[in-house]
Design a protein around this ligand. Structure first.
Ligand code: PGA
Length: 243
């Protein structure tokens, strides 16, 4: 069975004072039957890893190279050095604001694995691709190009049009996409493909989490806005724990 994962992506949010939220989330995590990962901004990683007994900590991006003259970037080795154990790669905000294509995303995922981090590889279609019926084809080709030949990964399906908008795909659409991703992973990895966690991301809230987690091939969520406050994130963790 794939590991059930509640992952929070804090994006460019969070100051030292928000460590209290992390403390509350980590305390709640002790009671949950799921894995909790929080990806805070880089500035909070050092402090955040103090909670790594109860929860796992991840970076939000890494450079493909282990070190070098790349001002402002952070390598997978550096993330691992803070005590982090996961890293997001290929988030749609990186793909669109930083021009990252699937070749770069794959190199980042490989760098993460080489540094003993687990990459959470993000894929997802835009609204136009969804409307023209190309969503599954788009995501399949992103997976083909972004995912290295290694089973130590997590996949996050995040329809771009659902991120931060409050709009989510129908339950049927979520099931269809996650079933298609599972079939592709099994085709690529054989029985190992059964065990890779596939997370749904995009406007996950306490009010819709239980329904989303009832889909067979949804093994958790990658949560943005609703991961910033423990009062929103803990009910999502609880819904996953009970699923
Ligand atoms: P959201 O973001 O939950 O705020 O929609 C999800 C994400 O970007 O990972």
């Amino acid at each position: 069975m794939p590991t059930k994962i509640a992952a929070g992506n804090w994006k460019m949010n969070g100051l030292q004072t928000d460590m209290l939220e992390l403390q509350l989330i980590s305390k709640a995590a002790e009671q949950m039957d799921c894995r909790t990962i929080i990806c805070p901004p880089t500035t909070l990683l050092g402090n955040a890893t103090k909670f790594s007994k109860e929860i796992f900590i991840g970076g939000q991006d890494c450079h493909p190279e282990p070190s070098g003259a790349y001002t402002g970037d952070i390598s997978a080795n550096m993330l691992a050095d803070t005590g982090a154990s996961y890293v997001l790669v290929g988030h749609s905000e990186r793909r669109s604001y930083h021009g990252e294509n699937s070749t770069i995303v794959r190199a980042k995922a490989e760098a993460a694995i080489a540094a003993t981090l687990k990459p959470v590889i993000c894929v997802g279609e835009n609204l136009q691709q969804r409307k023209s019926g190309d969503a599954i084809e788009t995501v399949s080709s992103q997976i083909k190009d972004s995912v290295p030949a290694n089973s130590e990964i997590i996949l996050a399906y995040e329809p771009i049009w659902a991120i931060g908008t409050g709009v989510i795909p129908s339950f049927k659409e979520i099931c269809q996409m996650h079933d298609a991703i599972r079939a592709l992973l099994i085709k690529n990895y054989g029985s190992i493909g059964q065990k890779i966690s596939i997370l749904y991301g995009g406007s996950v809230k306490p009010s819709n989490a239980a329904e989303i987690f009832s889909a067979t091939n949804v093994n958790g969520a990658l949560v943005g806005g609703a991961s910033l406050k423990s009062t929103d994130f803990i009910p999502i963790m609880r819904a996953l724990s009970k699923s």
